[in-house]
Write a protein that binds this ligand. Structure first.
Ligand code: T4K
Length: 404
């Protein structure tokens, strides 16, 4: 039997309810309710409570570090990390990242210098990072994009040679283990600290939240003070802190999520493989599939739409899927350097980033995560196949509706 017509061509959408890229994982409700009861009984709701402590221990163990400092979100965590490290001047950062990486720097009066990514990994290109270092560079900031590690060994060596720290935005990479070091080991190679996000759309969440991972005890202590207004005791304030605390229910939500993390990662891997296999024979589409660390979380299913070989453009395919209630996303288009306030910088600040722009023009992130079932993947893949097969009709319909 032929498949039903595409929604864009007059058929019914494949899904009655939208399929999102970032549908949150909800831990077992009875366990959440039990945690909520414990919190209410204890009447300890925030300010360094026992659930935050437990979450920090679990995160540290999971990532093989000595310290995890929970925060209200990863953006503020990045800011406080930059502040705690006393960075001044410029940081080197990829443009192909969520805008928060760059914005966090600006809020701390640091200027982001955008550099290229590797087209294979989509992470910062170490050679480009090395070439961009100047006397003004305060730190290298790598991004563990799509839940995989960037090249920490090479970046760490480059940072060491330049005498600056390597810091990682690992917002998407909860579960992913990388080498962390302490500032007391000046010859060691690794990241001084990394920041994970526990936002609702992440592999495991605390609704809103984040954490900083490090092996540096003094840094962890300073971060704990900074998240609590700078207090170092009841009546002693020693630095310009802020309120970046995580509340107890958020911590409990994340703890329950972490208990399921291995199963979630296995599910994510299966979903990605299913997509890959069912679309393998289609022209001009492929999956972002670099050699990944064994601890990658596979949270994103990243379809690459080749502008030359694919019969539809990335945006045409995206609009066709949206009509099916499949809300695929073109993360992180068009790149930070093309967004404000960076796009309006003077010419001397405008980087030439052809690899970044090519990747940003090709990425289409498909619904994955714990809320997407194998049946969903079959249906979404079928609609992608149909769209490419009927590309002439699809393009004509899109052009007609754009001019209407
Ligand atoms: N650095 C990097 C590399 C990052 O990726 C991020 C965050 C950060 C730093 C900063 O971390 P946080 O400060 O947020 O902790 C989402 C997330 O808001 C953001 O956390 C994440 N990266 C980014 C990649 O994705 P949007 O603009 O895509 O959000 P939104 O509202 O469009 O949601 C995405 C999809 O998820 C939608 O299709 C709807 C669905 N969704 C969302 C929420 C919140 C749900 O189904 N339920 C929900 O509760 O940014």
């Amino acid at each position: 039997m032929p498949p039903p017509p595409l929604a864009i061509l007059g058929g019914n959408p494949a899904f009655a309810e939208p399929r999102h890229v970032g549908t949150p994982f909800i831990p077992p409700r009875e366990l959440l309710h039990a945690s909520l009861d414990d919190i209410l009984d204890a009447r300890w709701l925030t300010n360094n409570g026992s659930f935050v402590h437990k979450l920090e221990q679990l995160l540290a163990t999971r990532h093989g570090v000595s310290y995890a400092v929970a925060m209200c979100n990863a953006t503020i965590a990045l800011q406080l990390l930059f502040r705690a490290l006393g960075l001044k001047g410029e940081i080197i950062v990829p443009s192909f990242t969520f805008i928060a990486t760059a914005h966090a720097a600006i809020w701390e009066k640091l200027e982001p210098r955008f550099v290229e990514i590797s087209p294979e990994t989509h992470c910062i290109d170490p050679a480009a990072a090395a070439a961009a270092i100047s006397t003004k560079t305060a730190a290298l900031v790598g991004v563990n994009l799509w839940g995989q590690p960037c090249d920490v060994a090479r970046l760490g060596q480059i940072a060491n040679d330049a005498g600056i720290p390597l810091v990682l935005d690992a917002a998407q990479a909860l579960g992913c283990q990388i080498k962390h070091l302490s500032r007391e080991q000046p010859t060691a190679v690794g990241a001084v600290a990394s920041v994970i996000s526990l936002h609702a759309t992440k592999v495991v969440s605390s609704l809103e939240g984040g954490a900083i991972l490090t092996n540096d005890e003094a840094l962890a202590e300073e971060l704990r003070r900074l998240r609590n207004f700078g207090f170092a005791g009841y009546d002693t304030v020693v630095s310009l802190g802020t309120n970046a605390k995580l509340n107890e229910f958020s911590a409990a939500f994340a703890i329950r999520g972490l208990e399921c993390l291995d199963n979630i990662i296995q599910h994510n891997r299966n979903i990605r493989l299913m997509y890959q296999e069912s679309l393998a024979d289609l022209p001009g589409v492929s999956f972002h599939d670099p050699p990944t660390s064994p601890t990658a979380n596979h949270h994103y299913a990243v379809l690459m739409v080749d502008p030359t070989d694919c019969p539809l453009t990335r945006d045409e395919l995206m609009l066709t899927l949206w009509a099916e209630n499949v809300l695929a996303r073109r993360y992180f288009y068009p790149g930070c350097h093309r967004m404000e306030p960076y796009a309006s910088r003077p010419a001397s600040w405008q980087p030439h980033l052809p690899a970044t722009e090519a990747v940003a023009a090709s990425v289409l992130v498909l619904p994955a995560s714990s809320a997407v079932s194998p049946q969903d993947v079959v249906l979404i893949s079928q609609r992608i196949r149909q769209a490419l097969q009927q590309h002439g009709d699809v393009r004509e319909r899109l052009q007609t509706s754009a001019s209407a």
